[in-house]
Design a protein around this ligand. Sequence first.
Ligand code: WT7
Length: 650
Amino acid sequence: MSQDIYPVKPHIAERAYIRSMDEYQRLYRLSLDNPDWFWGEQAKAITWFHPYQSVLDSDYEEVDFSWYSGGRLNASFNCIDRHLPDLGERTAIIWVEDEPGVYRHITYRELKHNVARVANVLLNHGVRKGDRVCIYMTMIPDLAYAMLACARIGAVHSVVFGGFSAEALRDRIIDAKCKVVMTANEGLRGGKKVPLKKTVDRAVEGMSLVEAVLVARRTDTDVEMRAGRDYWLDEECHRQRSTCTNAWMGAEDPLFILYTSGSTGKPKGLMHTTGGYLVYAAFTHRLIFDYHPGDIFFCAADIGWVTGHSYIIYGPLANGATTVLFESTPLYPDPGRYWRIIDDLGVNVLYTAPTALRALAQAGDSWVKKYRRDSLRILGTVGEPINPEVWRWYHDVCGDKRCAVVDTWWQTETGGVLITPLPGVTPTKPGSATLPFFGVKPVVIDVNTSKPLDGNGVSGALCLASPWPGQARTVWGDHKRFRDTYFSTYPGYYFTGDGVKRDEDGYYWITGRIDDVLNVSGHRIGTAEIESALVAHEAVAEAAVVGYPHDIKGTGIYCYVLLNSDYQNGDAEQLVGALKQQVRNAIGAFAAPDIIHIASGLPKTRSGKIMRRILRKVASSEYEGMGDTSTLAEPDVVQRLIDEHKLQHP
Ligand code: WT7
């Protein structure tokens, strides 16, 4: 293992903010020993309307964390207005349209005007400080305007990924009690139209909660507009001034809610606050991507997920960077798309997910080599464990062995990156997220004894022992759920849900989720959500969902279903199609099952608990080492499942 270390690149080390591993170690110690000092220093990068009284107030017992209490600031001011005197004409956002080769540059000054108009539209529709606004769009500039407009007036945005179904959108609108929904007539992605407004219509059908639907215009397609509820955003904006005061927000006032899946129940709305989140997003963006003025930063994630919130919008814009907003997909119109954008725009940093890299690697090197890519310095990855072969391909082929690869581990809950190399500082190992960022204290917990494991060469559950400013503060409307989900499994620690290994050098290797959450193409999906969608179908008596290794997606979705007796002799193929559709309707196309296994039984213990370990093995075509099956109520079921699996999915 230790021979597979990639040393830092001198040309990247040259301008890095941290000069050496010694300096990293020294500062890291200081950040843990004296968080007040450390995070007080970092808060200086943000403009405060009113100074805070204390850096950190925390009561771990109560799961109560406050950063920069008493401080007043505004995220929109920090991302826009404060840059205007010097950087007004600098490009804030480069919108890369779905159509290849079409780019639109939006300066900081234009951004201000657009955001202020949208903010005034929201005010005009009665949105006030603390009100929630749901944003359901694809990757268009209006999405950035909408988020920053909310931040400007102190409204709380809840962005829902444009791939979610009407049902999923409806649940999220209701949970956060959103007063206004912002959407577009249609989205455009990979040459296909996304019927956003139609989906919103179905989601808010019969709902009195939503007072207005504001519709951005992305295509020429006309959509049904309901009088008194639906308004074209451009028409509304034309009536508004391009100036709007930034509300003075408390550091702990909510900035946004973002939903994510867990192992049980409905998705949770993680709530992030203004001060700590912004300090953390800006600081991590600057150090981990070695941001220097003039750099062009391309995070290819969707803003519907946290990566886009922190590293397309808040982090880069707070730093005055030029950030790329990419409407399309890495494969449209061909697998050369990323590299073409990089050459066209002179991109310095690319940040994407292993699932995209696997698909690109499979398409072959020629798509990469067709382009020069000589502006690139840093290649980031996030969302799931990266296979070492793919890491090397990213490094050797995409980066011509010249760029630093940063494998960044974090979560919706963490607000920003927690475990990562620092480019030009940390020697890397393919597949390892390496070492903790400043202020982050990872702990490996033995899952059997629930005790922390000291020293190196250990594996277990990944927990965090101390708070950091970017951490989510609560689950919207349910602090008990927040406490129970994250702070009760291992008292005194935040439990991430991930498994981890700390190797002989103290490097961290994330091994993936150890709860009932699947990571499919970097999207987090709870098995319980898929199961409840399946059992809602009249044919299904019982369902159990597990993951299995998938070449491109990382994890594929494998569903075992038991049918009600009336359906057992029906057309299986048709039923499988209907069940896949059922999950698309409940969650969205990205959660569609890969495999539906119509099973004759499930491996249950005598007390009725499903042994998922066995289901995972069969789904992965691993038939050996099932472990102890003596507690099964019906031991024969294992062989039957194996036979069915071989027959249905050879
Ligand atoms: C889960 C969080 C945070 C941005 C996108 C996902 C997995 C994330 C890595 C990485 C291995 C990773 C974890 C984590 N994950 N980054 N670099 N290496 N695994 O956010 O939807 O909240 O999912 O993604 O399992 O818990 P998310």
